[in-house]
Design a protein around this ligand. Structure first.
Ligand code: UT7
Length: 332
């Protein structure tokens, strides 16, 4: 047993003001509200103004989280921001956040694991805390997907939205609430099925690359869909088996929000009714690393997430990468 258990004690969130409905998209593209709702479950999403960086959401999300936890920023040991749309490739958005919050003692780095980013960052924070090397870590999941999207590509632009959530992870007693286990996986084989080709050293942003639209997200939707349904159920089931858990040991499932047609079979395969599954993609779409913390914030606001709630997180995304994490929420 570890000397300390990593407790997730508070959540904060931030969304851009602007709502973008399916009807608005249908007015400018060859799509329809009926297609988007029936194929994905999404009705609207939030989008940033052009040039609005992730930090403009990360800072208020982090401040709300710290305020709820009753914790001062200068007591943080570390900050991890899970994102694929940081303000810049360098410096990390975590560094910008560290400065804005006045978290003078905290180390800070970004973690790039696409839609599994928040689960991976939380697992990372838990490992720091269980090792005794940190006591208090702010974990942020946020993405400004509107900056990566080709708004003329109906295959992708209807799916994504912008948002950010933050949780505070603290050292607690080894047999109290907190993160009980997690499991992470990767498979780089099908990497090109969900990628942004012109976004790094392999393809610098030349005029030709930009003219081709290679700086926009590309996805083989069907292939990613098939993997997501299989892998999310697989990793959740495996984690539950490792810890001797049955469906009755789960009060709330908080899955990555990419498609209702992925979430429903995942819940069915792990034997949990949809009444225990948090779904907010109808209002927010797929916000990549932000989907899970935003859903945690919603569940807390509507009273479904309370201290002691037994919560299963499960995610799948580009990489390919997937993971699950089981915890008892809150201090205690
Ligand atoms: O979060 C990271 C991981 N990402 C995911 O988990 C996403 C996984 N994939 C999906 O959620 C689904 O595959 C999509 C929602 C992206 C697409 O749903 P689908 O049922 O797999 O549709 P499809 O790609 O097979 O397309 C069916 C048809 C195509 O037309 P044809 O070729 O059959 O004539 C598309 O061109 O639907 C067409 N289509 C659209 N039609 C109206 C694609 N996008 C649209 C659209 N409006 N927005």
């Amino acid at each position: 047993m570890h000397a300390a258990r990593a407790q997730v004690v508070a959540v904060g969130s931030a969304l851009p003001e602007r709502r973008l409905s399916n009807a608005e998209l249908a007015a400018r593209l060859d799509t329809s509200d009926e297609w988007i709702v029936s194929r994905t479950g999404i009705r609207e999403r939030r989008v940033c103004e052009p040039g609005q960086g992730l930090i403009t959401l990360a800072e208020p999300a982090a401040r709300r989280c710290l305020e709820k936890a009753g914790v001062a920023a200068d007591t943080l040991d570390g900050i991890i921001v899970a994102t694929i749309t940081g303000d810049m490739v360098m410096p990390a958005t975590a560094n910008l956040l560290q400065h804005r919050l006045g978290a003078a003692r905290a180390w800070a780095f970004d973690l790039l694991n696409a839609c599994n980013g928040f689960v991976a960052a939380l697992a990372n924070a838990a490992t720091w805390i269980e090792s005794g090397r940190a006591k208090r870590i702010l974990v942020v999941g946020g993405d400004v997907m509107s900056s990566l999207i080709d708004w003329k590509d109906r295959n992708t632009c209807v799916l994504f939205g912008d948002g950010c959530g933050a949780v505070l992870v603290e050292a607690g007693s080894a047999d109290g609430n907190g993160i009980i286990g997690f499991e992470l996986h990767s498979d780089g084989g099908p990497a090109s099925e969900l990628c942004v080709p012109c976004s790094g050293s392999a393809m610098p942003p030349t005029a030709e690359a930009l003219a081709r639209g290679d700086h926009f997200l590309k996805q083989n939707g069907k292939m990613v869909f098939t993997h997501a349904v299989r892998r999310m159920a697989e990793v959740a089931t495996s984690l539950m088996r490792t810890h001797g858990l049955g469906a009755a040991d789960v009060d709330l499932v908080v899955p990555h929000q990419a498609n209702l047609r992925i979430i429903e079979p995942t819940a069915e395969r792990i034997g949990v009714p949809m009444s225990k599954v948090v779904v907010n993609l109808d209002r927010l779409g797929n916000t990549t690393a932000a989907t899970i913390p935003l859903a945690l914030a919603d569940a807390e606001a509507d009273g479904r997430l309370r201290p002691g709630s037994r919560v299963l997180l499960v995610a799948f995304g580009g990489g390919l990468t997937w993971g699950a994490l089981y915890m008892k929420w809150g201090r205690g």
